[in-house]
Design a binder for this molecule. Structure first.
Ligand code: ATP
Ligand code: MG
Length: 568
């Protein structure tokens, strides 16, 4: 490609709302442009990068035996009603009607459609396993679209769906996808981890996220310093926490505590002169369900905090919001003095780590009273759930190593769905014993357009993008320092044509612009290398610049070919 013909409208100005390097440099470098909130066009350079990433994803998916298809972007609401997700998906799902008043959605993910494709077409275990995937546009009406391509509303995702005759085969495919994803992100040169994850609205059991470690990530992940354990905070586990502080000793009793209802845990433990570890705190929330809402109480140690996603899962709610003082008292709860003992007519959950504990201090459900010497063993098993937010410094659940907190950007998510969608949508096959069974399913997503931005979050400097060879729009930018110099021009053109005929990814900057202007574009766009045909050309030398280090190297023209072979 000749730069003089390339549509790459670079600018000095960053978008007003842009804070992240990938957002700033992709817009300034003329890769993408914004047309609305969370809506971006891909211009030629952006499109080349997107296609390169898509190609790597496709190559590895095909090698793993998956088959590419293309499903509708517009999907009938009827299918979403069959799975039961039409009501529960929330506002991210864009619903609309056509001229005949039929209801539709813009696909945010495609479990329903793929189940509809497979049911009644695959009837026997002999036709399994089957893995279908696509790399297409998705739409999610995100509450806060931001950070450019990292969180758009319209974006490109690879979504794959596998069908199996039993859960062992599903597990095998899940492991194969973990390896496939690892290969994809390794080929892209990314520093990533597969982490234990919450399954969110997609559902099912057993899921892993692929996180690229990056300062600007939106996700908090905990990583063990000794073993491979890594988890999203939303799903992180820890070795049961203990305390070397003296536990309070008292028989079970009600105790007058003349402290105000909005006292902190520190004030309460100060009053009893004990460590907050031995107190129990009540977090009162309003849980939102499909057709109702309800007050729910979560009990965790005073020294712990409630992890919201774990709490949502325990309560099987769609979401949790803060409860008003009025709603709390209407539910019969005494704010500031709420405890599990004798709590009736209210749904409540107790953190798993409290299950076998005794000598605790909790609210007595009466103003200005607490219970002391409380044992936690006598509640129904369904009251206990994993509720705590695991923090940096907590111990690894596998090896006892220390967990530390880092930031990650989610680039992929793989799920073992099991029979959730196939049973809801009545998609069955005949198993080896001639018995009808719903398919066992897995689903596997990769944020393909998000990856374009992730490449730059992972690799940039204050001047602009630094692409690696796997994702760069062109590997080499041949810059003619002065296009009016005929010898420079002729040499550059001949080299460019040779390299092109060898199918090398090369750009020729033949624009009639100042040298400094062209160098700025090179640094902003971030091709891995520039070859400058400039002032040393008369002495038989050209200059190679490596974008990552900005190191310059003078090369004698006779040795150029060999050196360029290394570059490519
Ligand atoms: P997130 O927690 O970041 O919203 P998610 O859990 O909703 O992601 P999935 O439903 O697992 O995402 O979608 C699969 C992949 O699609 C994600 O791993 C991510 O890389 C990408 N993705 C999801 N939402 C967006 C978005 N709004 N913009 C760009 N990519 C996205
Ligand atoms: Mg999301």
């Amino acid at each position: 490609m000749r730069f003089s013909k390339l549509f790459a409208p670079t600018t000095k100005d960053a978008p007003k709302d842009a804070t992240l390097p990938s957002h700033i440099f992709l817009v300034r470098g003329g890769f993408i442009n914004q047309t609305g909130s969370g809506l971006y066009n891909f211009m030629p350079l952006g499109k080349i990068v997107l296609e390169k990433i898509r190609q790597i994803v496709k190559d590895e998916m095909d090698k793993a035996g998956a088959q590419e298809i293309s499903m509708n972007f517009v999907t009938s609401a009827e299918l979403w009603q069959q799975s039961g997700r039409y009501e529960v998906f929330g506002k991210e799902l864009l619903r609309f009607r056509d001229r005949k008043d039929n209801e539709f959605v813009l696909s945010p993910t495609n479990e329903e459609v793929v189940v509809d494709i497979v049911r009644n077409r695959v009837n026997s275990y002999k036709q399994l396993p089957l893995h279908l995937y696509q790399i297409t546009t998705k739409f999610r009406d995100e509450a806060r679209p931001r950070f450019g391509l990292l969180r758009g509303r319209e974006f490109v995702m690879k979504d794959g769906y596998s069908f199996h005759a039993n859960s062992d085969d599903l597990k095998r495919e899940f492991d194969l996808m973990e390896q496939t994803y690892s290969r994809i992100f390794t080929r892209l040169g990314l520093n990533f981890r597969a982490v234990a994850a919450d399954s969110g609205a997609i559902g099912g059991s057993g899921s892993k996220e692929f996180m690229v470690l990056a300062q600007n990530g939106e996700d908090d992940i905990l990583i063990c310093d000794k073993c491979q354990y890594a988890a999203n905070v939303e799903a992180a586990k820890r070795a049961k926490k203990t305390s070397d502080k003296e536990p309070p000793k008292a028989d079970f009793a009600k105790f007058h505590t003349p402290i105000s209802a909005d006292s902190s845990i520190e004030q309460l433990s100060g009053f009893f002169k004990i460590d907050p570890f031995y107190t129990v705190k009540a977090v009162i929330k309003k849980a939102i369900y499909k057709n109702k809402s309800e007050i729910v109480v979560f009990f965790v140690r005073g020294s712990d905090s409630l992890q919201e996603v774990k709490a949502i899962n325990a309560a099987a709610a769609l979401e949790l919001c803060d409860a008003s003082a009025e709603e709390i008292s209407k539910a019969g709860l005494v704010a500031g003095f709420c405890g599990p003992v004798g709590l009736e007519n209210v749904k409540f959950f107790i953190d798993n780590e409290l299950k076998e504990e005794k000598n605790l201090i909790c609210g007595a459900n009466e103003p200005s009273y607490h219970h002391v010497g409380v044992s936690m063993f006598n509640f129904k098993p369904e009251r206990y759930a994993d509720l705590v937010s695991v923090e940096a410094g907590d111990l690894c659940p596998h090896c006892g190593g220390r967990l530390s907190l880092t930031k990650g950007i989610e680039v992929g998510h793989i799920f073992q769905l099991g029979q959730k969608y196939s049973s809801a949508m009545n998609a069955t096959f005949l198993d080896q014993n001639g018995k009808t069974q719903p398919f066992f399913m897995g689903c596997y997503g990769i944020g393909v357009s998000r990856l374009v931005a992730v490449m730059i979050e992972a690799s940039h400097d204050e001047k602009g993008c630094i692409w690696n060879k796997q994702s760069a729009p062109y590997t080499l930018d041949i810059i003619i320092s002065n296009v009016k110099n005929e010898a420079q021009n002729a040499f550059a053109l001949k080299l460019y044509q040779e390299l092109k005929s060898e199918r090398k990814e090369v750009l020729l900057d033949d624009r009639n612009e100042r040298f400094g202007f062209k160098m700025n574009d090179f640094e902003l766009i971030g091709f891995p290398y520039a070859l400058i045909i400039g002032k040393e050309f008369d002495e038989g030398k050209v200059e190679l610049v490596e974008r990552a280090t900005l190191k310059k190297e003078l090369i004698e023209i006779e040795k150029l070919h060999a050196r360029l072979n290394e570059v490519f």
